[in-house]
Design a protein around this ligand. Structure first.
Ligand code: DGY
Length: 320
């Protein structure tokens, strides 16, 4: 008998086809609307497999309620939306999609860094608002990227890919990571720094560490105080790593120069969020991995791993 699976959003056709060949599939087929919680609870009650996105909290309630569940496949590299501990206790496999999104996310991170440093969105809005009356020496001036110091918090795959891009711009690259990585340091020409050193010496700080209980509000008032007044903070990981109230105050009082944010504590971020009032913040709707090719690959990887798990084999990207 074919296993039954639930997919929490409309996914690319190629991945859907792979799944439909081997499973009875039920899917929340809306593209721009997350599955309501009560529907998710109901639909997962009797499924063998779950294909989900970072927008769904796969928590204790869902896991304990889904008595047949064997595999949860998350179409994302981050899996902080899943209660992995409860899943493990229930012998449920959890998988993610590392690797395929590394370069795309590093591209976006560097693009966000550049947009923030050189005030691209603000400048475009300035022109469209009819404010461009003349060229003037200090008009819309930003920060230089070439030759600047970049501090990367979290030297995983995306951190390393970002470091390579930064080296192409002659940046000096520092990193802070739980464990030091001497081989990569040597290969990429990076320097290890403590978090405090990195925060106080860098011109650009890129957050690329996973979101865990340990990294919750890793960047708060104290850490922002350490940064240079010309520093730009770039977050393409998870919003909860930065204390947004503290960031707002630091930006408003010009304690730091600017921020580029692809992620927020609560997503979608409310249009009334104070950070959105500030012209020195570039805001994006969590599009780090959003290239057509990469999103298709992520869906395919998640589908393949879900099938492997359902067949009783070990998925390629098992996190527990
Ligand atoms: C992830 O994969 O964790 C990103 O946030 C979305 O691609």
């Amino acid at each position: 008998m074919k296993p039954t699976i639930y997919i929490t959003r409309k996914i690319p056709d190629e991945a859907l086809q792979i799944l439909e060949e081997e499973c009875n599939v039920k899917m929340w087929d809306k593209e721009d609307q997350p599955v309501p919680r009560e529907v998710l609870v109901k639909e997962t009650r009797e499924v063998d497999g779950l294909f989900c996105l970072l927008t769904e909290a796969i928590d204790k309630e869902i896991i304990e309620n889904a008595s047949h569940l064997k595999v949860v496949s998350n179409m994302a590299v981050g899996y902080d939306n899943i209660d992995v501990e409860t899943a493990s206790q229930k012998n449920i496999m959890v998988t993610n999609t590392p690797g395929v999104l590394t370069e795309t996310t590093a591209d976006l991170t560097f693009a966000l860094l550049m947009s923030t440093a050189r005030r691209l969105i603000e400048s475009s809005n300035y022109l469209r608002a009819g404010k461009w009356s003349t060229w003037s020496p200090m008009q819309l001036t930003g920060q230089d990227i070439h030759g600047a110091k970049l501090g990367i918090i979290g030297l995983g795959r995306i951190g390393q890919a970002l470091a390579k891009r930064a080296k192409g711009f002659d940046m000096e690259v520092y990193y802070y990571n739980r464990s030091r990585k001497p081989k990569i340091e040597e290969e990429l020409g990076l320097q290890y720094a403590s978090l405090e050193e990195l925060l106080s010496d860098s011109d650009f700080i890129s957050i690329l560490t996973p979101y865990t209980a340990e990294t919750h509000h890793l960047i708060g008032e104290k850490e922002l105080q350490l940064m240079k007044s010309s520093a730009c903070l770039i977050n393409t990981s998870r919003g909860g790593i930065v204390n947004e109230d503290a960031l707002y105050s630091a930006l408003k009082q010009k304690k730091i120069w600017a921020a580029g944010l692809d992620v927020f504590d609560e997503e979608p971020v409310s249009l009334n969020h104070p950070l959105l009032e500030l012209s020195n913040v570039v805001t994006l709707p969590h599009i780090g991995s959003a290239s057509i090719a990469t999103r298709k690959k992520m869906a395919a990887v998640a589908a393949e791993d879900l099938l492997l798990g359902l067949k009783g084999e070990t998925p390629k990207h098992l996190v527990n």
